[in-house]
Design a protein around this ligand. Sequence first.
Ligand SMILES: Cc1cc2nc3c(=O)[nH]c(=O)nc-3n(C[C@H](O)[C@H](O)[C@H](O)COP(=O)(O)O)c2cc1C
Length: 201
Amino acid sequence: MPRLLALSGSLRARSSNGAVLRSALELFDGPTGTADIGALPHFNPDLDGEGATPPGPVAALRTAVGAADALLLVSPEYAHGVPGVLKNALDWLVGSGECVGKPVAVITASPFPTGGDHANAQLRETLRMMTGTVVADACREIPAIGPKVDPAAERVTDAPTLADLRTAMTRLAAAVPRPDGAPTDPAPAAGAIAGTTGATV
Ligand SMILES: Cc1cc2nc3c(=O)[nH]c(=O)nc-3n(C[C@H](O)[C@H](O)[C@H](O)COP(=O)(O)O)c2cc1C
């Protein structure tokens, strides 16, 4: 089964995007994990050159991304852009190559009726530049997120949103090439997806 690693662009406690991330992981058919990107130093090419030893949190992120078969980015939008913490994490991954050819889904959730589209498009463009495989039909912009989540439970509670997240996670899993090079399995039927294992990638 493919292994999924998720990164959140929100460091906020009771984050709505954090709730989306947790629900999405529970709908993914395979082991899942998250990477803590809040402790990463600011990207500095001087720390990333040939022969340089990357800072510990950077090495840990690269190991986690490298071990994953697919990536999920879930993020709010700040000032029509990508939160700095998430762009910083991606900058650390540009030169090291762990994202190359890796299926990636981008989900942005906003309290506004049309929010999140700028950050979603920018993340997808950055990932394309990094030669990740953006799985377009697994990407989502979730508007008016407020009443769709339970902040205390840190989960999505809105049934249509959960169903759509299930579809997105099924499509992301289906985009992972099989180890033997055979075509990926057809998407399993709704309801056939196991819940999260809670395992760490
Ligand atoms: C500084 C700042 C800028 C924001 N800019 C945007 C924006 O451009 N578009 C948008 O949809 N929401 C914007 N928001 C609202 C966030 O989407 C909202 O705070 C959201 O709940 C943050 O996600 P979280 O709950 O996962 O932390 C902004 C919020 C802050 C604090």
